[in-house]
Design a protein around this ligand. Structure first.
Ligand code: APR
Length: 310
């Protein structure tokens, strides 16, 4: 049977997720949005690219969840993006309401789906979706680390003038200003970064990765990034749909791992047909552990605000 992926939110991130899912022929795609005509129009437009691009999947759009029934994956991108000067956290209350409603409706139609959250502030939105869906934690996952890592890899490749394909990196922590790029475990074809760049340069690239989202917002002025975020979400979906068991940094619900309990934080996980099939608890240096705790504390603050709204 063909796989089915629902993308909630047919805006910039959502439409590009649909485009990439179709381009890789990963599944039939249903776009859902509250705005009348937008998911239908974008869905049809994407479908009509198929004959030229050579993909053969069905893409439809709707304002309700009927057509989404029994999706294998639901990617939630619905919500408001950042504008200049805003942090991801400034979106908290507005997007909490959106994610709550979207999750309620999506899981009613697809009780066995795996949820991939993209809406910001990401870690708090994952927590919301977990509570609302009552799904097992393995089936509620956040897209953050793949994007943050992709940005870090891009800057390293640029700095060294090497292929980005050779750069592997790890970013832990919340998807916010406190994210924790682990430079120690970053390498170029196995060569540790510390043997290729001096500390000041590494620090500069780490900071640029942390500010990577804001850098794009500053350019765009009316919204936030969507090409790289949609690539990242679709890499996660692909690993699940094909049961590839890729090890990717994702926002996962921690219950004691890394000393963090009851929160979503970015950590390396194995993504397969069951969702998160394993959380890797790697040994961190004291400064890295401290940075991760700081990042988790920032996520906790947002979750505490949501708890007062529930
Ligand atoms: N249900 C479905 N769709 C909704 C809902 C809802 N309850 N509320 C809003 N939307 C839709 C909007 O109508 C819009 O089409 O979500 C879409 C969001 O699209 P954009 O404004 O283009 O925002 P985008 O850039 O896609 O970002 C969406 O992803 O990366 C994050 O920070 C970003 O939180 C933001 C989200």
């Amino acid at each position: 049977m063909r796989k089915k992926v629902t993308v909630v939110g047919a805006g910039n991130v959502g439409a590009n997720c649909a485009l990439r899912l179709a381009g890789k022929e990963l599944a039939d795609v249903v776009l859902v949005d509250v705005v009348d005509g937008v998911p239908q129009g974008k869905g049809l437009d994407l479908l009509e690219s198929g004959p030229v691009e050579g993909y053969d999947v069905n893409i439809t759009g709707a304002n309700d969840y009927g057509p989404t029934a029994n999706s294998d994956i639901v990617i939630i991108t619905a919500g408001f993006p950042r504008t200049p000067g805003m942090s991801r956290d400034d979106l908290l209350i507005k997007n909490y309401e959106v994610v709550k409603t979207a999750t309620e409706q999506a899981v009613k139609a697809s009780p066995n789906a795996i949820l991939i959250l993209v809406t910001n502030p990401l870690d708090a939105m994952c927590w919301t979706a977990l509570q609302v869906s009552k799904f097992p934690k393995a089936r509620v996952i956040g897209m953050a680390g793949v994007l943050d890592t992709a940005r870090f890899r891009t800057f390293i490749a640029q700095e060294l003038n090497v292929s980005v394909e050779n750069v592997t990196a790890l970013v832990l922590g919340g998807h916010g200003d406190t994210m924790v790029p682990i430079a120690r475990l970053t390498s170029v074809s196995g060569i540790p970064l510390s043997q290729l760049l001096d500390q000041a340069t590494i620090d500069r690239l780490v900071q640029r990765a942390r500010d990577g989202g804001a850098e794009i917002v500053k350019y765009l002025k009316t919204g936030s990034a969507y090409y790289a975020p949609s690539s990242a979400a679709v890499e996660m979906a692909e690993s699940i749909l094909k049961d590839k068991k890729k090890v990717l940094p994702c926002a996962a619900y921690l219950e004691g791992e890394y000393g963090i309990k009851g929160l979503y934080v970015g950590v390396p996980v194995k993504l397969g047909a069951k969702g998160i099939e394993k959380i890797y608890e790697i040994k961190l240096q004291p400064d890295e552990q401290a940075a991760l705790q700081k990042s988790a504390a920032a996520v906790q603050e947002l979750v505490d605000v949501i708890k007062t709204k529930m």
